[in-house]
Design a protein around this ligand. Structure first.
Ligand code: GLN
Length: 511
């Protein structure tokens, strides 16, 4: 099945003409058609156009660029000209739309491309469609999507993580060769770790946010979920770099990230932050990450204990700043500028109320309310300004740590994938999912999530006695680097992958 190839493997075959771009796209389409009924990862399907693009690429016969002819999926927040983009929210769907209608005839269809999808198009990568996400990317389980939850390919009673759960499940289930995601507080790394694939959150400003529906503009970062670290390096090289349409992108030159993979890790100093191994986390996660540290030692790296003292304040800080930015970014969905429309009412205020109360789900509304409160006169200094100060302290913690070490190693999430519905009634429990990932976005530094083992799932308490235990669930670790330090984490991650085989394991989903 060619859809199970990595980008690097498929590129070799496309170049040697032992595989055509049409055959590769067709294999992904067939795979989606056979497994997505269970997973619910792929929302808007762009198959006819994908096959046309693949045909054109075959005809041109130019496969010099490693992404030429490579099929991918994008999280449903990337604007792509002519393709429905809904952030998995009823706000961007017509209320009359049938939820089972994935054709998108009634959805918001952007008239332009995000910079990322435009760059991929220029390299002749083949867009297959859109993946499921928590509504407007707010969540850690893809359960707040208006299209329903994405199921974990390893255990369909569990979440795939979130908010890029659709992208992570699609990559691990071989529905595509890579998928785009966004990470504001962990949404690339955590689903990658729950599904057992690789996820790269870049330095803030390394990739362009232009044309991607915003959640919290000072934390959002655009990246990819892939099957290997090498593939992550390939995709990053194609999408990174300054964009005149996004003033927050940096001028730093884009290195050839695949070159960085050639160096070994001898002498590299890797820090283990003591605040990232806490009471309450699954001991299997802790031991998998500590085992990974031993692998690095055996490869010649030096493991050093470090401290990031302000870590305990990160979740509180994040959940003041993010809702504040959310409350502002969501203001444009008012049924006039953007968003669905409702039958006219007497007053404009009443119209806004009807549009917003029927279009947004509970989590989005909760954040708009918290953010509006935190930003209001009288509370701004106590909450928003204070949180900004703590954000600076968190950033300084990382800067100090990187004076001692080249990169950091930590778990991605405190537990492996949890059961669907386990946290839906308790938002705070859901927010605690981000405990090891959100500080990285507050600091704006890069993080790479890589499979590092498997946990034995505990049988659920409701299961009848003697019931078959759940199987194995992937565990992820993250490597964190200094600002613009993608090369060092890719290099360390690749070295780890060469020494282990966790990343090659796949769930049995039939064929
Ligand atoms: N779980 C986090 C949140 O809900 C992260 C979301 C994200 O990275 N998009 O805010």
């Amino acid at each position: 099945m060619s859809s199970s190839l990595t980008i690097a493997q498929a590129h070799e075959r496309l170049k040697s003409k032992s595989l055509s771009a049409v055959e590769l796209a067709q294999a992904c389409i067939e795979r989606i058609e056979s497994v997505d009924k269970t997973l619910n990862a792929v929302m808007h399907r762009n198959f006819d156009r994908a096959l046309e693009e693949a045909k054109k690429t075959d005809k041109q016969g130019k496969f010099d660029h490693p992404l030429a002819g490579i099929p991918y999926l994008a999280k449903d927040v990337f604007c792509e000209e002519g393709v429905p983009t809904t952030a998995c929210s009823n706000m961007l769907r017509n209320p009359a739309a049938d939820p089972s209608d994935r054709g998108g005839a009634r959805d918001f269809v952007p008239p332009f491309d995000s910079t990322t999808t435009k760059r991929l198009k220029a390299q002749s990568a083949v867009s297959l469609g859109k993946t499921n996400t928590d509504e407007f990317t707010m969540g850690a389980s893809t359960e707040t999507s208006c299209f329903g939850v994405t199921r974990n390919p390893w255990d369909s009673s569990r979440v795939a993580g979130g908010s890029s759960g659709g992208s992570a499940a699609a990559v691990r289930a071989d529905e595509c060769l890579f998928a785009l995601g966004t990470d504001t507080g962990g949404s690339i790394r955590q689903p990658a770790s729950f599904c057992g694939c690789v996820g790269l959150k870049v330095t803030y400003g390394r990739t362009s946010r232009y044309g991607v529906l915003s959640m919290a503009s000072s934390l959002d970062s655009i990246g990819a979920l892939t099957k290997t670290v090498e593939d992550a390096a390939i995709v990053l090289g194609s999408i990174a770099g300054r964009d005149p349409l996004d003033a927050t992108t940096g001028d730093e030159p884009v290195p050839d990230y695949t070159q960085a993979l050639k160096k070994d890790v001898k002498g590299l100093k890797i820090g283990l932050p003591k605040e990232y191994f806490i009471k309450g986390m699954d001991p299997q996660v802790e031991s998998a990450v500590r085992e990974a540290a031993k692998v690095f030692t055996s490869l010649g790296a030096k493991i050093v204990d470090v401290s990031l003292p302000h870590s305990p304040y990160a979740i509180a800080t994040y959940y003041v700043l993010v809702p504040s930015e959310v409350s502002s970014n969501m203001a444009r969905y008012d049924g006039v500028r953007f968003g669905h429309t409702v039958p006219e009412r007497d007053s404009l205020i009443e119209y806004y109320e009807r549009v917003r109360s029927s279009g947004f789900g509970d989590e989005v509304k909760r954040r708009i309310m918290i953010g509006t409160y935190a930003l209001s006169a009288g509370y701004y200094d106590a909450y928003y300004r204070q949180a900004q100060r703590v954000r600076t302290l968190i950033k300084h913690d990382f800067e100090k740590a990187f004076e001692q070490v080249d990169c950091l190693l930590s778990p991605v999430a405190p537990t492996p994938a949890f059961k669907i519905g386990a946290h839906t009634g308790d938002p705070v429990q859901m927010y605690l999912e981000d405990i090891f990932t959100a500080p990285v976005n507050l600091a704006g530094i890069p993080g790479l999530s890589i499979p590092c083992g498997f946990a034995k799932a505990k049988p659920s308490s409701e299961a009848p006695k003697g019931a078959k235990e759940d199987g194995l669930l992937p565990i992820g670790m993250q490597l964190l680097g200094p600002q613009w330090g993608e090369e060092v984490i890719l290099r360390a991650g690749h070295a780890y992958e060469q020494a282990t085989d966790w990343y090659t394991r796949k769930p049995s989903l039939g064929n």
